[in-house]
Design a protein around this ligand. Sequence first.
Ligand code: DGL
Length: 266
Amino acid sequence: MSDELAQPVLLFDSGVGGLSVLAALRQVLPEAPVIYAADNAGLPYGQKTEAEIAARVSGLLGRMTERLHPRLVCIACNTASTIALAAVRDVLEVPIVGTVPAIKPAAALTRSGVIGLLGTEATIRQGYVDRLEAEFAADKVLLRHAAPELVSAAETKLRGGVADPAAIADAVAALRAMPQGDRIDTVVLACTHFPLIADELGQAFGPGVRLVDGAQGIARRIAWLTRGQRFARREPDRALFTRDEAGLAELFPALSAAGIERYAVF
Ligand code: DGL
């Protein structure tokens, strides 16, 4: 028997990054039942080709949607969204919300006119990002840097470890070293993993730099698309991983803090 009120919102990422989106979603829709899906077998997406990411994300979301019947799917991953959003929308009937690098809000906030953008290698080379830059930041300078080591730093932190200070310092130094990098006053965190280490990044950049991400906007979009719907959480929210791996249990405290109390391998 289908239970429409208990139909979940499916949040999907390659790893723990989508938890930054989940935190924002809890603020606006605390009652929404959530399934958090992490494709840890595919992590990191940032080092994969466009074809690999598109095939992997469409295939997985197709199977997950069939089995889990979500009311809405959120691709809580910039890499997957900037590459595969259109393809996923083509094949799935369910509403899909993607994650867009927050270039538009950053362009509205910057005073110096120089914006930094940190993302994965795959994200920063996307035409999707070029188009956002052309549309919203044509009169600004946008400096992009790929920081895959920050994905590992966030994964480590959420497992109870310390986000590698050298990785954080290197990412900040790389942006600062670009032409006009010393004038950056706003940094787009264009990977959902990075808000999880916002404190560390904020300290490394210093007080004159504002960090911007898209989590709140995504949460508002989900609330808008599900407006008028009712929610009931019949059982504790759960996380699905695509691979059982050593050390997965180290994530449980962070997941529990995010309101996820059950775990399974998909
Ligand atoms: N969380 C993903 C993003 O927003 C990236 C992590 C990865 O490289 O898999 O881009």
